[in-house]
Write a protein that binds this ligand. Structure first.
Ligand SMILES: [Zn+2]
Length: 230
């Protein structure tokens, strides 16, 4: 399709009523395909209009071609990055807890996480190591990573993220102990403010037997000996 007519159509779709999948229930589900095709759109709940305001706020021309779809894209991205608000521990674990007579440490290391700091809405990201010592119950290993995602995809501070992961595992398994260590790079520190490019923040949350030195040391040595942490 020629560029000019595509532009026109996109603009028209925005000004008319959304052809939305959710019947326009308060949201502005805009046809951004420019072709009226059945491309599935996310209901961004009106956030696209707010992003349009941000673009205007920084002095941009929201009608220039490169930005026409940006409000919707940014809103849809924000929806994705905060989808943890709509998830629950029950839904995520979904019967993936098994009885098992294992009293040895289970450690999943190097779980990537991507979150946003609640102070600046800028990303912080890194790796998280989650360990527990079972007390008759274990959880499917992929679920440990999904628990990390559920809490990371919210507005966060790293300290709370670390604690919430530990609390969730404790609640789900009632294990002998839980240990969570997270290492994160914070773009609010790197791109603005003090501009410290290489500072990593490390946080930990220890519960039960992980409060005792031998267990904690065992976890730390497993994390280290498994290869480079970053
Ligand atoms: Zn921040």
């Amino acid at each position: 399709m020629p560029r000019k007519s595509e532009k026109k159509k996109t603009g028209a779709a925005r000004n008319q009523n959304p052809i939305g999948i959710n019947g326009g229930a308060g949201g502005t589900v805009t046809d951004i395909s420019g072709q009226g095709t059945a491309k599935k759109l996310v209901d961004v709940g009106g956030m696209d209009e707010l992003y349009r305001g941000i673009l205007e706020g920084v002095g941009e021309d929201t009608q220039r071609e490169g930005l026409l779809k940006t409000p919707y894209r940014a809103a849809a991205a924000m929806k994705f990055l905060t989808q943890g608000y709509t998830q629950s521990l029950d839904e995520i674990l979904n019967n993936a807890i098994f009885e098992e007579d294992n009293n040895n440490m289970v450690l999943l290391r190097d779980i990537e996480f991507y979150s946003q700091c609640e102070h600046h809405l800028l990303p912080f990201f890194g790796k998280c190591h989650v360990a527990y010592i079972p007390n008759g119950k274990i959880v499917g290993v992929s679920k440990m990573a999904r628990i990390v995602d559920m809490f990371a995809r919210r507005l966060q501070v790293q300290e709370r993220l670390t604690n919430q992961i530990a609390d969730a595992l404790e609640e789900a398994l009632q294990p002998r102990g839980v240990g969570v260590v997270a290492e994160g790079l914070h773009l609010c520190m790197i791109m603005r403010g003090v501009e410290k490019q290489h500072s990593k923040m490390t946080t930990s949350a220890m519960r039960g037997t992980f409060l005792e030195m031998p267990t904690r040391m065992e976890m730390m040595s497993l994390i280290r000996n498994g290869g480079d942490v970053f």
